[in-house]
Write a protein that binds this ligand. Sequence first.
Ligand code: ATP
Length: 406
Amino acid sequence: MIEAVGLTKRYGDKTAVDDLSFQVRPGAVTGFLGPNGSGKSTTMRMILGLDNPTAGTVTIGGYPYRRLPNAPRQVGALLDAKAVHGGRSARNHLLCLAQLSGIPARRVDEVLGVVGLQGVAKKRSKGFSLGMGQRLGIAAALLGDPRVLLFDEPVNGLDPEGILWVRNLMKSLAAEGRTVFVSSHLMSEMALTADHLIVIGRGRLLADMGVKEFIAANSADFARVRTPDTEPQQREKLTSALTEAGGHVLPEQDGALRVTGLALSHISDLAHEADVRLWELSPHQASLEEAYMRMTQAAVDYRSTTDQKAGLMQPLPPGALPPVPVPGQGQPGWYAPPPPQDGGRPSAPGPYGAPGADVPNPYAQDTPRAPQAPTRPGTAPQGPAAAPSVPQAAPAADSAKPEDPR
Ligand SMILES: Nc1ncnc2c1ncn2[C@@H]1O[C@H](COP(=O)(O)OP(=O)(O)OP(=O)(O)O)[C@@H](O)[C@H]1O
């Protein structure tokens, strides 16, 4: 288990991590989310003893990383996939790390197989695509067969096949009882991978809860109800019946009604009693991305001056209602769904349940692919920080040259 207590990091005037307390438990994938600059990497670096806290503590299995016995066998991390000596082959890079940590050489071939790099094991890593570099970083993290794994943006640069592979890998590592702590900006991916979320904004803890709980607490479930378009009086009749029963009804742009506060079965019964025919009655819940946007909108440090989403925070004119989001048609003027009906306080999970996904196929592999475009230009995903750091190599003109003997 990873445990942070009052963890704080200041760089001069800048507080990067502010009194953060949380636990990352074994047997689950815990997602670590937050806007750019919110302190995720700083937190991960402090967990791994690469940065000293200004205040507070962070321990792994009860020890600060630097006092952890045989740390590389207990903790594996992918912090910067570029932190590799580019002149070395993938295999030699891993061999160096293995030797430094007393890990047998046969484990190198095992992890190369796990990440699907056995075919390019003898190629110099400076010729690797971003995705192949990520795989090499993941291989380094797995080298010591650790019980605790940290991954900073592990799917950065991976193609859809690679993303699926990482998702399955994370889940299977957690299913083996390991502690898996992973940061990502890809909310759709986190929704499929993580069981639990730790969300920070400007260095502070915003949420520490299950994925389903997080979505329920930061969005409102609702039902979409549609009566025949040709009979507007049916719509009026249903609106009255639903409102009288305590429902909250809002018209949507396409003529449907958005209903909150009533279960689907109750809406159906009320429509039946009012003798109103329905063309649609469907449950809806915000996505993790929408719930995340809603929670973190006030903690975003970097926003484009031309970004329409910035308008979200502007107050509406007196008496004006916010624009109504339309599922599947975008949300005009809104970056996140409207607040929960209880006035913004976290609400109990709604009646319609959250979407879930369970993908088996542990350690499924695929072969590395041709070079891919980076998804976040200028940002460097991470390498084997848990192992001793390896200096980054200068760019090479020709990766087909024989391997650098160093
Ligand atoms: N060595 C440093 N010196 C000064 N400021 C730093 C240093 N490292 C990080 N910071 C600042 O601390 C804050 C948190 O940075 P950090 O990299 O931890 O955020 P992050 O959540 O990982 O961001 P991103 O999602 O963009 O990777 C930022 O404002 C950053 O500029």
